[in-house]
Write a protein that binds this ligand. Structure first.
Ligand SMILES: [Zn+2]
Length: 284
């Protein structure tokens, strides 16, 4: 099955990864399969033009990106993505929108949907397609730690959150939770700046609230000084309570913190169905 001929009536997660791998091979060749991919090259193959627009234009539609079929154009679609996003986020947005093209009949002009929008299932399909396109599963070979999460994110030019999600899916996520840390306010008090959780990827059954303050540290400076160290601190973060081992990695403004109960054996792989029950906020 060649990816260019794939037209889908329903979102099927098993198909999503396979198609994304085929696209990577087409763009990069098998020998460079672990290289970062340029989403604009994929967009050209998909006959999509990329167009930046203001975040406000898209926010009023309640979306972070938009795929629009085109009439009377050599391109089949245009993908709108916001100027205000970080470049890594823009790449994920474009890759996600490319995933939606599989649900259109591309032989007609303008392309028309093969079936009604598949709701959350189609969104998950597109997220998985984008993740595999940007970070191939083959790149996650060992249990992910905080430092390797940052290194892989820099190599593939994605958010560390995307890498953490890939590790969960590959069953190579040995923590209760991995999170980004930044100096943030909280929604009810934007001026209350403190080290807070900017994104979370957690294993099944673990809940960690976004924007929670990391009270176990005196401030952002202390966290940054602990880069590449593992410390045990008492936490009260959602369902993580008690003594937890904190593995910390810092690279520039990116901070990743990985949590697991102190004294528990370090697992080398997750049990159970991959990615089942994984919680995360929308990819940042
Ligand atoms: Zn979507």
């Amino acid at each position: 099955m060649h990816w260019a001929n794939v037209q889908l009536l329903r979102p099927d997660l098993a198909v999503s990864s396979g198609v994304a791998r085929s696209v990577r091979e087409d763009v990069l060749g098998e020998r460079r399969i672990d290289d970062p991919i340029e989403v604009s090259a994929v967009a050209r193959l998909f006959a999509c033009v990329l167009r930046r627009t203001s975040s406000e234009d898209l926010a009023c539609c309640g979306v972070s990106g938009l795929l629009r079929p085109l009439r009377e154009s050599p391109s089949r679609f245009e993908i709108l993505y916001p100027t205000g996003q970080a470049r890594t986020r823009q790449r994920f947005t474009v890759a996600h929108e490319l995933g939606h093209t599989f649900f259109f009949d591309r032989a007609v002009s303008p392309p028309s949907r093969l079936s009604p929008h598949g709701g959350q299932a189609e969104e998950r399909f597109c997220d998985l397609f984008a993740s595999e396109l940007l970070v191939p599963r083959s790149a996650i070979r060992r249990p992910l730690d905080a430092r390797r999460c940052l290194e892989a994110a820099a190599h593939f030019f994605v958010s560390p959150q995307v890498v953490a999600l890939r590790a969960v899916r590959a069953r190579l996520f040995p923590y209760r939770a991995m999170m980004g840390v930044a100096l943030l306010g909280k929604p009810s008090a934007p001026e209350a700046l403190a080290p807070r959780i900017s994104w979370v990827v957690s294993e099944r059954g673990t809940w960690v609230p976004l924007a929670a303050r990391l009270k176990q540290f005196s401030g952002l400076e202390e966290i940054m000084e602990l880069s590449d160290q593992t410390v045990v601190r008492t936490v009260n973060l959602g369902s993580c309570r008690g003594a937890y081992e904190h593995a910390i990695a810092v690279c520039g403004r990116q901070i990743v913190l990985a949590l697991r109960p102190a004294g528990s054996p370090l697992r080398t792989a997750m049990r159970g169905p991959a990615a089942a029950g994984v919680r995360c906020n929308p990819v940042t």
